[in-house]
Design a protein around this ligand. Structure first.
Ligand code: AMP
Length: 213
């Protein structure tokens, strides 16, 4: 079972992907995480991608597609795509990549969230740079101040998680990514989940859909 999580920045794609990967033994493929790691490693891809990330813009399709192509052709295990595809071009190319590798997408979960809440959610977000667990200064504090519950790593505030960048990222999402909802609806793969609810309820709803089909 291979899944895509689609949704605006701050809609909970990363959090839900992590929970689902742990329970269903899937690989979490987050293009954002892969790009941030490449930036930390100072690879050519990372150095080039940094300017887009810092500006809240999308990294060019060809670069992200190359990353996903390499990753999907290397893994045996089923996976969740989190943050990819983000454009129609990425979605159509993904189709080709999957066909080449005899794989398919089984479910696309669209985490639909009210946009006005997202900026506050993003601005209060803290992330563990080690395991990727997401916290929130208001609704999901770590047990010990600023330390990850899993591995005690000091939490960070992503450089693109301020109000200004979040506003640009949401606008980019509306222009470039939202058309994918219709695209996957036409492919009969789309399942809409109300992402304004608690993490636990959203997860329960996703699992209900999986159990039902
Ligand atoms: P995320 O962690 O998914 O919010 O992604 C953080 C940033 O990485 C985005 O704002 C983009 O700059 C870049 N990025 C991640 N995934 C993609 C993608 N599929 N296409 C283009 N840029 C991406």
């Amino acid at each position: 079972m291979n899944l895509i999580f689609l949704g605006a920045p701050g809609s909970g794609k990363g959090t839900q992907s992590k929970k689902m990967c742990a329970e269903y033994n899937l690989i979490h493929l987050s293009t954002g995480d892969i790009i941030r790691q490449a930036i930390r490693d100072k690879t050519n891809v990372g150095l080039d991608a940094k300017k887009y990330l810092d500006a809240g813009k999308l990294v060019p399709d060809d670069q992200v597609i190359a990353i996903v192509n390499e990753t999907i052709s290397e893994i045996e295990q089923d996976f969740i795509l989190d943050g990819f595809p983000r454009t129609i071009k990425q979605a159509t190319t993904l189709q080709d990549i999957l066909e080449t590798n005899n794989k398919q997408i089984d479910f696309v979960f669209y985490l639909e969230a009210d946009l006005e809440h997202l900026i506050a959610r993003i601005a209060n977000r803290l992330v563990c740079p080690e395991c990727g667990t997401v916290y929130n200064k208001i609704i999901k504090m770590p047990k010990i101040d600023n330390l990850c519950d899993n591995d005690n790593t000091p939490l960070i505030h992503r450089s693109d998680d301020n109000e200004e960048k979040a506003t640009i990222r949401i606008q980019t999402y509306l222009n470039e990514t939202l058309p994918l909802v219709e695209y996957y609806q036409e492919e009969n793969l789309l399942h809409v989940v109300d992402a304004n609810q608690s993490t636990e309820l959203v997860y329960k709803n996703i699992k209900n859909i999986l159990d039902r089909v």
